[in-house]
Design a protein around this ligand. Structure first.
Ligand SMILES: Nc1ncnc2c1ncn2[C@@H]1O[C@H](COP(=O)(O)OS(=O)(=O)O)[C@@H](OP(=O)(O)O)[C@H]1O
Length: 346
């Protein structure tokens, strides 16, 4: 099996415009709708469009519209869903390693030579921009699409979904760093307008971030997971970080690939946790250098591996910012029993 993205023909072209799609004609039909949507200044790309209650950049919006119209899942597909910067890369790696563990040993796993984002393609990104051609060997699909915007067959077929979320202050800090490393196509990073931290913070608080409002995205999947617990597994980055073995076991059970007693005794769960750890993945050559293709902006693969810690917000947010974000989180989640440890000492 070749998990690289080369088959997908998603390499960035040197003349890619700032807001491009892989084949502009493929999305022509969505132009009238898109041009009628409310829009705002985005973070990396110029515009965010407001669609079905969430903010999207053009590339992913076109992908989403196409997925809503054309995408047919297989009933055994498992969707790995998240708001950006909540643990997507890690979730992809873990799910891929769980699902493929009988096909590979420690020295042959594709994760050693292929990035997690190329092992598990994204619905509104890679797949939608490549007419949904996919590798059916591993029925895993990544997505940042909000629950209420998922293509209807994903819900109707009862596809399983694993959702990961992260404490919002850490998610914001991670997103800001990532956006500083991403550059619109055709624009040198050094020539790019700086992304002002305070301005990004203000936008994030107003709900204007990619696939945001952040809180609404989390709440959508949280409520759905309470309604359909057999179909949606809701994870928090912090819990996965603190108790990886427990949660990897839960994930495998949920996915329908439970660990046998023999596998557990042999330390298979620990092996997967180690393979997919930040420490291990971030030092692999494949994740250290080169560009990740198939994105609407230019970004190096190492931008997906920064620190991988809980509580890095303490190094960036002023006290006023901390209380503002904590207040928004409390307010937004007030009618749910969803909590993050929002105290400033977390
Ligand atoms: N294996 C592993 N373990 C723990 N943490 C990890 C791992 N891989 C990536 N990361 C950290 O996750 C942050 C990136 O978030 P995402 O993967 O959701 O980004 S994306 O949505 O796919 O663009 C980003 O967090 P920050 O370090 O806080 O910026 C990454 O460093």
């Amino acid at each position: 099996m070749d998990y690289s993205s080369s088959k997908l023909n998603l390499s960035p072209k040197s003349n890619d415009k700032e807001e491009y799609s892989s084949d502009p004609k493929a999305f022509e039909e969505y132009k009238p709708l898109i041009s009628s949507l409310p829009r705002r200044k985005g973070w990396v790309l110029n515009q965010f469009y407001h669609y079905q209650g969430f903010w999207h950049n053009l590339f992913y919006l076109e992908g989403l519209l196409s997925a809503q119209e054309h995408f047919k899942p297989q009933p055994n597909d498992i969707f790995l869903s998240s708001v950006p910067k909540s643990g997507t890369t890690w979730l992809k790696a873990l799910s891929f390693a769980i699902m493929t563990r009988s096909s590979f040993d420690a020295s042959t796993n594709p994760l050693l030579t292929t990035t997690p984002h190329e092992c598990v393609h994204s619905l509104e990104g890679d797949l939608a921009h490549n007419l949904f051609h996919r590798n059916l060997d591993t029925p895993l699909i990544g997505t940042h699409v909000p629950y209420t915007s998922l293509p209807k067959p994903v819900i109707d077929y009862g596809c399983k979904i694993i959702y990961i979320c992260r404490e919002p202050k850490d998610a914001f800090v991670s997103l800001w760093h990532f956006c500083c490393k991403a550059s619109p196509k055709g624009v040198e990073l050094s020539a790019r307008e700086d992304l002002d931290f305070e301005e990004a913070f203000q936008l994030f608080c107003e709900g204007i971030s990619v696939f945001g409002p952040y809180w609404d995205h989390v709440l959508g999947y949280w409520r759905a997971s309470l309604e359909f617990p057999e179909r949606i597994l809701f994870l928090k980055y912090e819990n996965l970080k603190n108790e990886p073995v427990f949660y990897v076991k839960e994930m495998a059970k949920f996915m329908g690939y439970p660990f046998s007693l023999e596998e557990e005794t042999k330390g298979m769960i620990e092996n997967i946790v180690d393979l997919c750890s930040f420490k291990n993945l971030s030092k692999l050559e494949v994740n250290k250098s080169g560009w990740l293709h198939g994105r609407p902006y230019l970004v190096e693969k190492n931008a997906f591996f920064r620190k991988g810690e809980i509580g890095d917000w303490k190094n960036y947010l002023k006290p006023m910012m901390v209380s503002r974000l904590d207040e928004i989180t409390k307010h937004k989640f007030r009618s749910s029993d969803l909590t993050f440890n929002v105290s400033s000492d977390a």
